[in-house]
Design a protein around this ligand. Structure first.
Ligand code: PLP
Length: 398
């Protein structure tokens, strides 16, 4: 019999995951997941299903919208947003805020949509004025949806969603408004109803403090109505059955029961214990500390407009003469407590020399944030190394 070769690498101490996502999962959430799987058609499950759907509506800040939970990564929820609302050949307006905006664009094109991409420099969020201009120019109202990534995980730039909404209104354009909140929900203020968003896309593995594996759509009544005439093929991601089953707390198929236990625990922490406003303030505080440390070390924050600084991760310019791949490799070295230095864009890619710092979110002890998150400072380019300053770690007695 062949033996299963894979083994978790054995290391002393706690694995310290500090990347933009997945984030480290609180012990309480892990313990909640570690509970016997129940019958997903039984009455006990219905209570769990109803509770997590209601909790997610509070996180999205919706009273009129519907929430659905997919056993899928965030990419699944992107697809769900598009296939439920649009038909082949529909035009969608997307804004190039970074890597994830481009991935969503690629998906839209693959699904047979006609994508109009507003080019961006990655150091700014979606520009409401540019969007308004495009929409005003669309006299025939061919654009059926405007899609924006709220928090670009590849750059640390947060788009001003409320202003984009105002731009759509100013242009008097009927397009649906779709927003990816995969790295902002439950970390950065977000208001589905108030900001007039039609479909919000979210994932479990960042602000919600869960492992990867769940994703979400929050659906406005307009988007729900649009789904009735949308013609893109859909089955697994079809909203109608999800919404109908969700009313009684069930799923049309086997749900990720144990992740939902974890979600219930995380929602308790976010909504009923710390409270969303305190969660957002904590992330802002960490982000400000991170930016100050970056500047203190003579490095440059990637985001250029202070209104668009991300509170959940910080992009840092790698000074000329350094190799982003090398920084990443050093960050991954076993000698470090920090297991990863985040997504580094290597030579040859669009944003050569750019890297994002680890996320400063979720379940970290505050003094650690700047210590581990920013243990990277440019060293002398001639030897190609990046000295790593981990001394601040010892403030926590590690
Ligand atoms: N959108 C954003 C902003 C993301 O950060 C990610 C993943 O990091 C995705 C979409 C894709 O989500 P997933 O990798 O869970 O499919």
């Amino acid at each position: 019999m062949p033996q299963l070769e894979y083994r978790m690498p054995r290391r002393a101490g706690r694995h310290f995951l500090q990347i933009p996502g997945p984030t480290n999962v609180p012990d309480r959430v892990l313990r909640a997941i570690d509970f016997p799987t129940i019958d997903h058609r039984g009455p006990e499950f219905a209570e769990l299903g109803k509770a997590v759907l209601a909790g997610m509506k509070r996180v999205f800040k919706t009273s009129t919208g519907e929430a659905v939970i997919y056993p899928a990564s965030g990419t699944g929820a992107w697809e769900a947003a598009l296939v439920n609302t649009l038909s082949a050949g529909d035009r969608v307006l997307m804004y190039e805020t970074g890597h994830f905006a481009l991935l969503w664009q690629k998906m839209a094109a693959r699904l047979g949509l006609e994508v109009e991409l507003v080019p961006g420099d990655w150091r700014h969020g979606a520009d409401p004025e540019a969007i308004e201009k495009r929409l005003r120019a669309d006299g025939e109202k061919r654009i059926k949806a405007v899609c924006v990534v709220h928090n670009e995980t590849s750059t640390g730039v947060t788009s001003r969603v409320a202003e984009v909404r105002r731009a759509i209104d100013a242009a008097k354009h009927p397009a649906l408004f779709m927003v990816d909140t995969i790295s902002s929900l439950a970390s950065i203020d977000y208001r589905h109803d108030e900001w007039g968003v039609d479909v919000t896309v979210a994932g479990s593995q960042k602000g919600l403090m869960l492992p990867p594996g769940l994703s979400f759509n929050c659906i406005s009544p307009r988007a729900h109505a649009a789904s009735k005439s949308a013609r893109l093929p859909r089955s697994y991601f079809a909203w109608d059955e999800m919404i109908a089953n969700g009313k009684s707390g069930y799923f049309p198929y086997t749900p990720a029961t144990n992740l939902l236990y974890g979600l219930a625990e995380a929602l308790k922490m976010l909504l009923d214990e710390e409270g969303l406003d305190s969660v957002f303030a904590r992330h802002q505080r960490h982000a400000e500390a991170t930016r100050r440390a970056v500047r203190g070390w003579g490095l440059e924050v990637f985001a250029l407009d202070p209104r668009e600084y991300s509170a959940s991760l910080t992009g840092v310019m790698l000074p000329a003469g350094h190799d982003a791949d090398r920084v990443r490799k050093v960050g991954l070295s076993p000698m470090l407590v920090a297991e990863n230095v985040g997504r580094a864009y290597s030579a040859g890619q669009a944003h050569r020399g750019f890297m994002t710092s680890p996320g400063h979110r979720a379940n970290v002890v505050e003094p650690r944030v700047t210590a581990v998150g920013l243990g990277i400072v440019a060293g002398p380019p001639e030897n190609g190394t990046i000295p790593l300053f981990v001394t601040e770690l010892f403030t926590e007695g590690m």
